[in-house]
Design a binder for this molecule. Structure first.
Ligand SMILES: CC(C)(COP(=O)(O)OP(=O)(O)OC[C@H]1O[C@@H](n2cnc3c(N)ncnc32)[C@H](O)[C@@H]1OP(=O)(O)O)[C@@H](O)C(=O)NCCC(=O)NCCS
Length: 150
């Protein structure tokens, strides 16, 4: 995960790339989420080699005071542009709808075009705009009854 989360370009929409302690904390937080919520960000494994190349999964996020289940994704830079985030996000969407929520969101900085494209390709649309960490973010969403044919 350090090869993903400590990469300055991958983390350009975050306050800063993570140092070693930040990466360890990220993993610990997700293990806590598995225990508490039953889900979190999971390892993204390349099927052809078994290598970990990122994460994708479902986390609980506060949106305007309400808990929403978010699909999130981070891919190692040398694997960008192959449809891997879209494949993983689509699988997490279907798994999320089968077990955890009737609406899923993705909270994305407007400048983050690749992330917005992934959200759009799995059928999400902009629901509203929120401020997080003093920065505007788009909240993409999709409801369970909107997933046919995507
Ligand atoms: C967002 C991210 C996970 C996408 O991973 P990926 O495996 O490359 O995604 P995909 O290949 O499935 O799809 C990427 C889409 O973004 C598009 N894209 C890539 N760079 C782009 C750019 N600069 N402007 C517009 N679209 C862009 C691709 O063309 C593709 O869309 P298309 O299929 O319509 O052509 C990856 O860029 C990443 O890890 N970014 C940093 C972490 C991050 O920002 N995570 C999301 C936080 S909200």
């Amino acid at each position: 995960m350090a090869r993903v989360l400590s990469d300055p370009e991958t983390m350009r929409f975050y306050p800063a790339p993570f140092d070693r302690a930040g990466v360890e904390n990220w993993i610990a937080r997700n293990r806590y989420r598995y225990a508490k919520d039953g889900h979190g960000l999971w390892a993204m494994i390349l099927k052809s080699t078994g290598e970990l190349i990122g994460d994708c999964g479902l986390t609980v996020q506060d949106v305007d005071g309400a808990n929403e289940v978010e699909i999130g994704y981070h891919v190692r830079r040398d694997h960008w542009g192959q449809g891997l985030a879209t494949e993983a996000a689509r699988a997490c969407r279907d798994f999320g709808f089968s077990r955890y929520a009737d609406r899923l969101v993705s909270i994305i900085r407007p400048e983050n075009r690749p992330s917005r494209r992934v959200a759009e390709k799995i059928g999400m649309n902009v629901w509203k705009e929120v401020m997080r960490a003093n920065l505007p973010h788009l909240v993409y969403s999709i409801r369970k009854d909107q997933t046919q044919q995507r």
